[in-house]
Design a binder for this molecule. Structure first.
Ligand SMILES: *Cc1c(COP(=O)(O)O)cnc(C)c1O
Length: 400
């Protein structure tokens, strides 16, 4: 059987629904920050499956945990307890504000659970969720309705009722949107999909204050920012603003599908048996991967090392911004969730830059038609960051 990039692309196009604009590349192997495609080409991966494989591809401890659990027990219904799911929930509770956890399979599902919890806890007539313009909360119907980007809504109306979007950065406008039907405000501490756009401390604190003033729940979607991405286990922990409900997914299983919705014991009481469930959520194998992932990240030296690499990477990206002022105008983000914000001219070249880097063996993406996004495995080395920077500099020089 022929198994080149081209062969996989041709076969795939025969059978897949065309909802992805895939690159003409089939990945076959991953190790650390490296990926290898079906033609045997090697790539340095600064996307990590979009902020998923934070310990790198096939981290030995995670792979071993998956292997061991796959030989013990792969699935039982959530009608029963399992060790891995319990251990994962214990780790999340021990290391966050949360006292209770619901396990899902993905970010969108974790957000659906958060929205359902906010509604059932708040009671009849209080169903409104206000999120922010530019946000991204997932592709299921409620999560897409919460997403503050019209391009994701198009063709899918009517969307579920009760969702509205406040202009980014405008607390006054947000407060005006609150009415007697509102139950929650939902936001990402750093908007990922609209181009790595952080919400500053004061803005987040202002949102918290509005929630307290009006008796609303604050939901943080930490699907992308969580699990070490911004240099602490969750982004809120650096910002000093604590939510009532928080969602996690992407990095949680270092590549296995798993999500979590976390909250306080008091709010959690609203979800009684029969109100919400998932067949696969917190599956033993995915949970075992999650436990192995968290145990490594929670080692004392892990986050300080991430922060050192972040500072280095940011400083070097700033030098490139200065060197190419017609293409780039700034660097933003936290930890190893960084964006190089492009100028108007740069934006027209964003896709071209990503494609050229791919051809050179480097993987990044262009997020929200605004910024080049860098979300490498958190175990990336300074040498690997230097390699990426060199290729990026060459590419920016080519296109400017
Ligand atoms: C990726 C993402 C989601 C959706 O996660 P899925 O696992 O694709 O459903 C939701 N919120 C944020 C902030 C994300 O980055």
């Amino acid at each position: 059987m022929e198994t080149t990039n081209k062969a996989w692309q041709e076969k795939g196009n025969q059978v897949f629904i065309g909802n992805y604009a895939r690159y003409p590349v089939a990945m076959v192997k991953g190790e650390g920050c490296r990926l290898i495609d079906a033609d045997g080409r090697e790539y340095l991966d600064f996307l990590a499956g979009i902020a998923v494989c934070s310990l790198g591809h096939c981290h030995p401890a995670v792979t071993e945990a998956i292997r061991r659990q796959a030989g013990e027990l792969v699935h039982v219904s959530n009608l029963y307890y399992t060790g891995p799911q319990t251990e994962l929930a214990e780790l999340l509770v021990a290391n966050t504000f949360a006292e209770k956890v619901f396990m899902a399979n993905s970010g969108a599902e974790a957000n659906e659970a958060a929205i359902k919890l906010a509604r059932i806890y708040s009671g009849e007539g209080k169903y409104g969720v206000i999120s922010l313009e530019g946000s991204f909360h997932g592709r299921t119907l409620a999560a897409v309705a919460a997403t503050g980007q019209p391009k994701f809504h198009q063709g899918f109306e009517p969307l579920p009722a009760g969702f509205s979007h406040a202009p980014f950065g405008d607390l006054e406008a947000l407060e005006k949107m609150i009415d007697e039907t509102t139950c929650a405000i939902l936001c990402e501490p750093v908007q990922g999909e609209s181009g790595v756009r952080p919400l500053d401390k004061e803005y987040l604190q202002g949102i918290r204050d509005l929630c307290d003033k009006h008796g609303l729940l604050l939901i943080f979607d930490e699907v992308q920012t969580g699990i070490g991405r911004t240099g602490s286990l969750f982004a809120y922990q650096q910002l000093g603003v604590v939510p009532d409900i928080m969602t996690s997914a992407k990095g949680l299983g270092n590549g296995l599908p798993i999500g979590a919705m976390m909250t306080t014991a008091k709010i959690a009481e609203a979800l009684v048996p029969g109100t919400h469930a998932s067949t696969f959520g917190g599956n033993p194998v995915a949970s075992a991967a999650g436990v192995a992932t968290l145990k490594i990240m929670l080692e004392e030296s892990f986050f300080p090392t991430v922060m050192k690499k972040s500072e280095y990477f940011q400083a070097k990206l700033r030098e490139l911004v200065e060197k190419f002022p017609t293409l780039a105008k700034g660097v933003r983000g936290n930890g190893l969730m960084l964006g190089m914000v492009l100028t108007e001219q740069g934006i027209t070249l964003g896709t071209d830059i990503v494609n050229r880097l791919l051809a050179k063996g480097f993987i990044i993406n262009f997020a929200g038609a605004a910024a080049l996004r860098f979300v490498p495995p958190l175990i990336v080395t300074i040498e690997e960051i230097d390699q990426l920077l060199k290729a990026l500099e060459e590419t920016l020089a080519e296109v400017q």
